[in-house]
Design a protein around this ligand. Structure first.
Ligand code: ATP
Ligand code: MG
Length: 394
């Protein structure tokens, strides 16, 4: 990608009315745009990061034996009345009547919907277990939307659901999901504290929350020294039991031909909350420091003099060679001052940067900068691609 033809609007000043560093950097680095309180657009760079996070989640969910599907966001209220969650979730549910006068809502979560769906297809113990997931926009009219996309009214969630004939089978899948969550968060550059939690409005018994320490965290977690630390909840998994299957009549025939309610688990990740959480953990005073697995691009090529044919020839050569090696490259080919380009590069925080300048080239060298460690290496211009490949693949 060439910056001159890419929609990547950066902002120099700290936007007014923003408390969280992640919120400021999401806006300043051209990742998101606020439409109204709690409602955000993802700009091309932010959408790329979300894509990377979603791919990590997909890979680990598929490896854990879950099948991806997509459920609707427009839901009949009737189904929520069967579990009573039209009442318990009343505060956050966005409701409306359709043209026929039926009460509807926008999906705040999908336990009822998936239970009804699975019920339509499963009759026998032979068809179980089943594990399904989706990555989808959820709608919650939060009382206090806060910290940008951390607590939004429209946000992206990964929600998975498993259906079993017995508790041991549920526990096995729960452990697999628990392991998948550890891998997902590690690949996102996060080390959450895992805490056994209150199941709240979801019902059920065992549940674990995945909590990332950060100053803006709204959950308090005691660390090993007994000190309370603010944490952001990035994921929550539950052994639901039969609460939903009983209320919605999701039953199967067991080996004796007896009707039994399916035993369920559910597993959520705040996909869009993750993008802010990663920034809370990985930044400095100049901007974001993307962990390599979720960076929107792997490398920024920064030619200092875009009107110099030799500088641009080398820049284009690096661009082509790295792209051929499946490295995601952004080239800042804008005719801007070096200061502006360096500041923007620090702000958007790609893991590696190759700086190509007239002066360095005269000596046959370019510079490679590591955004996380701030280390700068001077390398012969003919070795730059090889060096970047070693760094990004290592
Ligand atoms: P919270 O306690 O933060 O309100 P929750 O317990 O209501 O969250 P779940 O229903 O468990 O959330 O949703 C699964 C995940 O979705 C959460 O772990 C969180 O990461 C994310 N999430 C929940 N609400 C929001 C929101 N308003 N904006 C962004 N992400 C959210
Ligand atoms: Mg929760």
């Amino acid at each position: 990608m060439k910056w001159s033809s890419y929609f990547l609007p950066t902002i120099k000043e700290v936007p007014v009315g923003t408390e969280a560093v992640s919120h400021q950097l999401l806006l300043r680095a051209g990742l998101v745009h606020m439409l109204t309180s709690g409602v955000y657009s993802y700009l091309p760079l932010g959408w790329r990061v979300l894509g990377k996070i979603q791919n990590i989640i997909r890979e680990e969910m598929n490896a854990a034996g879950a099948n991806e599907l997509l459920m609707p966001a427009i839901l009949p209220l009737e189904i929520w009345q069967k579990t009573g969650r039209d009442k318990t979730l009343e505060e956050v549910m966005i409701r409306f009547k359709n043209k026929k006068g039926a009460s509807m809502c926008l999906g705040p979560t999908h336990e009822e919907i998936i239970t009804d769906l699975v019920k339509s297809f499963i009759q026998s113990y032979r068809q179980l277990p089943v594990t399904l997931y989706q990555i989808q926009t959820k709608f919650r009219d939060e009382t206090r939307p806060r910290f940008g996309v951390v607590r939004a009214c429209e946000f992206i969630m990964k929600d998975a659901y498993s259906f079993h004939t017995n508790n041991d089978d549920l526990k096995k899948k729960y452990d697999v999901m628990y392991g998948a969550y550890q891998k997902i968060f590690a690949r996102c550059g996060l080390q959450p504290i895992i805490s056994e939690a209150d199941s709240g409005a979801m019902g059920g018994r065992v549940s674990h929350e995945f909590l990332v320490p950060a100053p803006i965290g709204e959950d308090k977690v005691k660390d090993t020294d007994g000190v309370e630390r603010p944490c952001i909840e990035v994921g929550h998994i539950f052994q639901l039991g039969t609460k939903y299957s009983e209320a919605l009549g999701a039953v199967y025939l067991d080996e004796q031909g007896k009707q039994q309610p399916m035993i369920m688990g559910c597993y959520g990740i705040g996909v869009s909350r993750l993008i802010a959480t990663i920034i809370e953990v990985h930044h400095d005073e100049k901007g974001i420091k993307w962990p390599s697995g979720v960076a929107p691009f792997d490398v920024e090529i920064l030619p200092l003099q875009v009107t110099d044919p030799e500088v641009m020839k080398i820049a284009q050569q690096y661009y082509d060679e790295l792209t051929k090696q499946h490295i995601d490259v952004l080239m800042d080919d804008r005719d801007e001052t070096a200061g502006r380009k360096f500041n923007d590069a620090d702000l958007i925080g790609l893991p590696y940067r190759i700086i190509i300048g007239k002066r360095g080239l005269a000596e046959g060298n370019v510079e490679i900068k590591n955004r996380a460690t701030l280390a700068v290496e001077v390398v012969p211009k003919d070795n730059a691609v090889e060096r970047v490949l070693a760094l990004t693949k290592g």
